[in-house]
Design a protein around this ligand. Structure first.
Ligand SMILES: Nc1ncnc2c1ncn2[C@@H]1O[C@H](COP(=O)(O)OP(=O)(O)OP(=O)(O)O)[C@@H](O)[C@H]1O
Ligand SMILES: [Mg+2]
Length: 279
């Protein structure tokens, strides 16, 4: 279990993460949802011990991560927001290299890399340089690289940004399979569909503050399951209701065009923060 207790991180006058408290259970698939600059990467970097909080504590299974950085690191696999592949090395060499860094024996490295290349359907391309891979293939390689040392927790920072819908789904399937195998997964995203599809629980974060946590359906239910949307005074207005009938009844007061539709996580986020997740 990962526990954040009153974690705060400042960069000069900017508070990137503010008094953040959260518990993520073993085996959970948790999504941190927030717009650009919300503090998602800062939180992941602190979790993976790349930077230290100014105050507050992060612990895994009751042990503070700053007490034993090496042990904490071994338990986590990290897929950062930007590529961490060696472009001039082959897919296999990238995995081998990671295995060496984590002290795996040659036999372990061989077994693990061939298992993972197979899992990611990259075996045929294993001897090709990483830089020749498509964006989606590189992302898959980054994920299996993070798994080389058999971590219990996988942390992914905006893993599907820039990928087309088909590749995004392939990555989602891979992650679902990993969770089924027992991995705890924490990902950050600003794609509401990603959070809604994958995560058993999400946390909505805005300007470093955790605004709300819960299962996507719970969060939507709380905001209102139906949205009445219309354009007024140069902007889109949204009102929330618990049924289509109520929304349509309310729309009777409007003169112009309107739309009544099911609410999604993004609507709930906008209601909470008055901000969109992504443009
Ligand atoms: N090394 C740094 N030095 C100064 N300010 C930083 C640093 N890292 C992050 N920040 C600031 O902290 C805030 C949170 O940034 P962070 O990268 O964690 O957001 P994010 O949610 O990951 O955003 P994005 O969706 O764009 O990746 C931002 O205002 C950012 O400018
Ligand atoms: Mg980020």
């Amino acid at each position: 279990m990962i526990v954040y207790k009153n974690v705060t991180k400042k960069y000069g006058v900017i508070t990137a993460v503010a008094d953040f408290s959260l518990k993520i259970k073993r085996g959970e698939f948790f999504g941190l949802l927030g717009p650009n600059g919300a503090g998602k990467t800062t939180l992941l970097r602190m979790t993976t011990t790349l930077s230290a909080p100014d105050s507050g504590v992060i612990s895994i299974d009751g042990e503070r991560i700053d007490r034993n950085l090496t042990r904490a690191k071994r338990r986590m696999g990290v897929v950062p927001q930007y590529s961490n592949l060696e472009g001039e090395l082959s897919a296999l060499q990238n995995l081998e290299y990671h295995g060496r860094l984590y002290g795996l024996s040659p036999r372990q490295r061989k077994r693990r890399s061939s298992e993972l290349l197979e899992f990611a359907a990259l075996t045929e391309r294993k001897n090709d340089k990483a830089k020749t891979f498509s964006g989606g293939m590189q992302r898959k390689l980054m994920i299996v690289k993070a798994l080389m040392h058999e971590p219990e927790i996988l942390l992914l920072d905006e893993t599907t940004v820039g990928l087309d819908a088909a590749w995004r789904r392939r990555i989602w399937d891979l992650l679902r399979e990993l969770q089924k195998q027992g991995l705890t997964i924490l990902l950050t995203t600003h794609y509401l569909e990603e959070a809604q599809t994958l995560c058993s629980r999400v946390g909505m974060i805005d300007r470093g503050c955790l605004k709300r946590t819960g299962a996507p359906v719970e969060i939507i239910r709380e905001a209102g399951t139906v949205v009445l949307e219309y354009f007024e005074n140069g902007e889109t207005a949204q009102h929330f209701f618990n049924s289509h009938a109520e929304a349509i009844a309310d729309a009777a007061r409007l003169n112009g065009e309107f739309k009544v539709r099911d609410a999604n996580l993004e609507d709930a986020f906008i209601k909470l923060t008055k901000k969109r997740l992504a443009d």
